[in-house]
Structures are given as C-alpha cells and as structure tokens.
Design a binder for this molecule. Structure first.
Ligand SMILES: NC(=O)c1ccc[n+]([C@@H]2O[C@H](COP(=O)([O-])OP(=O)(O)OC[C@H]3O[C@@H](n4cnc5c(N)ncnc54)[C@H](OP(=O)(O)O)[C@@H]3O)[C@@H](O)[C@H]2O)c1
Length: 246
C-alpha cells in the first residue's frame, strides 16, 4: 500500500529570510511572496528593505537588523513573534566573503565573516527553536531551517581560507542540528551553491565564474526543498554551474 504525504504548502506560512536586501535573499523573498507566504526580510540597509516593501506589498515586512548583533536579533524576532505568533521557516542566508592571501587578511576580515556567516546563524537559529518546538507540540509541523552554505563549505581553495572556515563550519552546524531536532518535527537543510551572479563578488576580492548560476536557479531549488512531502527532509543539496568557463 502506498501512503500519500502532504507537501508543505507555503500559502500563509511565516518565513524569515536573512540578507533579504539583495541577491539570493531578494529572489527568495519574491518567490515566497508569490507562493502566498508572509515574509520577514532582515538586512542592514533600510532603504533596500523599504524598496522591497513597495515592490512586494504588505506581506513583505522588512526589519533592519545586523544578524551578528545579539540585541538587534533579539528585538527583530520579538517583533516577528508578537505580530505573527509563529515562525514556520527560517532561511539563514545573510553572508559575505572576503578572499585573499591569509597574511593579507586582517582580524576585521576574520571577524566580519565569522560574525555574519556563523554567529548570525547561531543567534537567528536560537531565536526560532523554542517557537518551532512549541509548534510541533501543537500541530506536528515544527518548522524548517535552511542554511545557505556554499561549495566553499565542501572544498577548500587557495585564497578562500577564512570564508572556507565559515562555510565548512556551517556544514557541521547544520548536520548536527538536523540530527538534534528532527524528532521535534523540525527540518534542517543546508544548500551548497557554486558561483551565482549577485553583489557578493563586488567586495569579495574574487572574480565571478564566466558562466555563473542565477538567483532564480537557487530559488527554484529552495522551493523544491521547502515543498518536499511531510515525511522526510532534504538535508543537503549541492548546485554548480554547467560549463562554468562559458
Ligand atoms: N554569490 C555566490 O556566488 C554565492 C555562492 C555560494 C554561496 N553564497 C552565499 O549566499 C548567501 C547570499 O549571498 P548573495 O550571493 O546573495 O550576496 P549579496 O547579494 O551580497 O547578499 C548578501 C546579503 O546579506 C546581507 N548581509 C550581509 N551581512 C549582514 C549582516 N551582518 N546582517 C544582516 N544582513 C547581512 C546583505 O544585506 P545588507 O548589506 O543590507 O545587510 C545582503 O542582503 C551568502 O551566505 C553567501 O555566502 C553566495
């Protein structure tokens, strides 16, 4: 006998997207609004968030927040929970990379990448775990946490040491958390994309590949992961450009 399981329906779901002001986070927010979700977009650039609110309408709610700042994260999630009383999906997407020889990396370069790519994930994830566990106790569906790592979370490369450390760290964090909370009905998925055409490369000190993926490519994969049937979770996905040299 074949049991049919429901797919996660994104209509009306409360989704938090970090790094919503550009690139992947911007694209994720558009797609989720089109699916009928209510999206809280976190980022530091208030003017970009206001533009998104104008473009996407009242179901997109921008909150100015530096994800590495404990107080700002705490007040952002307090606001979300006071308005919506639940959080169905958290997408830990905010991140940056600075590439170069290790002896040329400053402590500030290390801190900026560690603080956003890992400390930010830690703070935002801690903020949603108890609400998601309570949702699981009430209705069986706990929630879904998606972490955006990178192919740089799987493969080390010259000039990428600090960024590699953050994204490998995120791999370990995701795998461990997935095993810790799946009995609570909470899915944890980690995505590992290669080069994508976004603002990421503007400040990174690296060149983008000749034939990168687009934010829309990663967004369609994100929707596939989110909309998986209820009885399983997709824990990891790797995406790479085809013919990266063009
Ligand atoms: N582009 C690629 O080739 C590629 C490949 C693999 C993985 N990734 C990963 O994909 C994720 C998204 O990057 P992207 O390519 O979309 O780059 P992007 O266009 O530069 O977007 C990065 C986003 O993160 C936000 N952000 C950065 N620091 C933040 C902080 N401290 N607090 C809150 N928000 C912060 C930025 O907003 P504000 O500046 O407004 O705060 C921006 O919205 C990152 O985690 C990146 O490591 C990118």
């Amino acid at each position: 006998m074949c049991t049919a399981f429901n797919r996660m329906d994104l209509q009306g779901k409360i989704v938090v997207v970090t790094g919503a002001s550009s690139g992947l986070g911007h694209s994720f927010s558009h797609a989720l609004i089109n699916k009928g979700s209510i999206v809280y977009g976190l980022a530091r650039r208030a003017e970009k968030l206001r533009e998104l609110e104008t473009d996407l309408g009242p179901t997109f709610r921008g909150i100015e927040c530096d994800v590495s700042n404990e107080n700002e994260v705490s007040s952002a999630f307090k606001k979300i929970l006071s308005e919506s009383a639940q959080i169905d999906v958290l997408i830990n997407n905010a991140g940056l990379g600075r590439f170069g020889k290790l002896e040329e990396m400053s402590l500030e370069d290390w801190d900026a990448q560690m603080n956003t790519n890992l400390r930010g994930v830690f703070l935002c994830t801690k903020a949603v775990l108890e609400p998601m566990k309570e949702q699981n106790r009430q209705n069986q569906f706990g929630g879904h946490i998606i972490n955006i790592s990178s192919v740089a979370g799987l493969v080390g490369n010259a000039l990428v040491s600090v960024y590699n450390a953050t994204k490998f760290g995120l791999k370990g964090f995701s795998e461990a958390l997935m095993k810790e909370v799946r009995e609570d009905g909470i899915r944890v998925s980690c995505l590992y994309p290669g080069s994508i055409d976004t603002e990421f490369f503007a400040d990174s000190g690296a060149d983008i590949s000749a034939n990168p993926m687009t934010p829309a490519d990663i967004t369609s994969t994100l929707l596939h992961v989110l909309e998986a049937p209820d009885n399983y979770l997709i824990s990891e996905i790797v995406m790479r450009p085809l013919r990266p040299r063009g």
